[in-house]
Design a protein around this ligand. Structure first.
Ligand code: 13P
Length: 288
């Protein structure tokens, strides 16, 4: 079964100048939508799980089992990675125990010393289990699971320290924001990204807040070393808009249109279509 960590998929992406999409799970429909999308277009995929999603979907063991069982049932042949998104220290440990193939430890709100110390410890635990680990420096703006931050560009020297510690991938703030971008957003700071890539070489870099960034900026970020792009908000909106349309058209009142499986089907299809649209932009189609 192609349940993998990020190592090989991101090494290939870095070498061949494309990015692998990280798509956040929110419910069972999203598991199905993303797996079907990846298989249809033969793309590798990373499924991201925030602390909020882990609580909602029954914890890390449940999610690991659900993803693996769905992969089996749907006969998925492309590489699939199950990754913690913005994990706290405790969430990272719980996900490791729960069978995830990759984790992100987000120590960006700690002092740099504490971020380094905890990241170093988790690298040891992860690598002993063949699990990859993403760290974060700088801060990504916006709101995620109730935590709001202003955003702060990463210091390239701190990125180099994280590379030397042995992280497998690195999220570095470059003006990116989670959720919707404000109208007066200044765009990505490519000068910072360029400096980070010069100091971190072949380390895969991660662009969070992948929803709503103009396509040409995403493409440029990929040419400057971004090999994983995280997307959540755009897929959520696609799901919600398709569901609203179904209800506004009164389809839930026709025959057994009220059945949750029927009610949620247009949202699932819209999520899948959005995922494929992003894979096209990231250049990962046909790479698995
Ligand atoms: P968006 O919700 O802005 O797409 O960001 C997702 C993300 O970065 C998850 O870590």
């Amino acid at each position: 079964m192609p349940y993998v960590n990020t190592k090989e998929m991101l090494a290939d992406a870095k070498k061949n100048h494309y990015a692998v999409g990280h798509f956040n799970l929110n419910n069972m429909e999203s598991v199905r939508a993303f797996l079907l999308a990846a298989e249809e277009v033969k793309s590798p995929i990373i499924l991201g799980v925030s602390g909020g999603t882990a609580k909602y979907m029954g914890g890390y063991h449940t999610i690991t089992d659900m993803v693996k069982d769905f992969m089996d049932y749907l006969k998925i042949t492309v590489p699939v990675c199950l990754h913690v998104d913005h994990g706290t220290y405790d969430e990272a440990l719980a996900a490791l125990e729960g069978g995830f193939s990759s984790i992100m430890f987000d120590g960006s709100k700690l002092s740099m010393e504490e971020n380094i110390e905890k990241t170093r410890y988790l690298i040891g635990l992860c690598h002993a289990k063949g699990v990859t680990i993403e760290a974060e420096v700088g801060a990504i703006g916006g709101e995620e699971d109730g935590r709001i931050s202003e955003g702060e560009c990463a210091d390239p020297k701190q990125c180099e320290i994280m590379k030397d510690l042995g992280v497998d991938l690195l999220a570095a703030g470059i003006g990116n924001i989670h959720g919707k971008y404000p109208a007066d957003w200044k765009g990505l700071h490519f000068d910072v990204l360029d400096n980070i890539q010069k100091l971190t070489g072949d380390l895969p870099l991660v662009l969070h807040g992948g929803s709503g960034i103009p396509s040409e900026q995403v493409r440029k970020a990929i040419t400057l070393g971004v090999t994983k792009v995280n997307v959540n908000t755009e897929c959520q909106i696609a799901f919600t808009e398709a569901t609203r349309k179904y209800i506004e058209e009164g389809k839930d009142r026709i025959k057994n249109g009220y059945t949750p499986r029927n009610l949620l089907a247009p949202g699932l299809e819209a999520t899948k279509a959005k995922c494929i649209e992003k894979m096209e932009l990231f250049g990962s189609i046909g790479k698995a």
